[in-house]
Design a protein around this ligand. Structure first.
Ligand code: FES
Length: 110
């Protein structure tokens, strides 16, 4: 799994994940999938396709800590380019893995 993260990102270290708009902050272990971390925090994210990068319902905007997330793979990038409201700070929570540094994400309204 470490090959999935940037080479300079350690996994298995704790980081703070802040989720907007609620402002809830939770501690998460690096290497955790962003979708899992958000739902474990008690926040609601829709995952219509079961995390297969097909629906885009798990779209979030990264407000802080972009570089702590895993790289965007081709399938995720292709899906994001088709999403209304997506921008350069957008990620699919089902595809992004947390690294070693604090991250703030904003959930998109549905
Ligand atoms: S759950 Fe469908 S794209 Fe993430």
């Amino acid at each position: 799994m470490s090959g999935y993260l940037r080479a300079d990102r350690r996994i298995n270290s704790a980081l703070n994940l802040t989720i907007l708009p609620s402002g809830r902050t939770v501690q998460v272990i690096g290497g955790t999938r962003l979708l899992v971390a958000i739902t474990d925090a008690g926040e609601s994210v829709i995952d219509e396709c079961g995390g297969r990068s097909r629906c885009g319902s798990c779209h979030v905007v990264v407000r802080f800590g972009w570089r702590s997330l895993s790289k965007i793979r081709t399938k995720e990038r292709e899906r994001l380019t088709q999403l209304n409201g997506a921008n350069m700070l957008s990620r699919l929570a089902c595809q992004a893995m947390l690294g070693a540094h604090d991250v703030t994400v904003e959930l998109m309204p549905h």
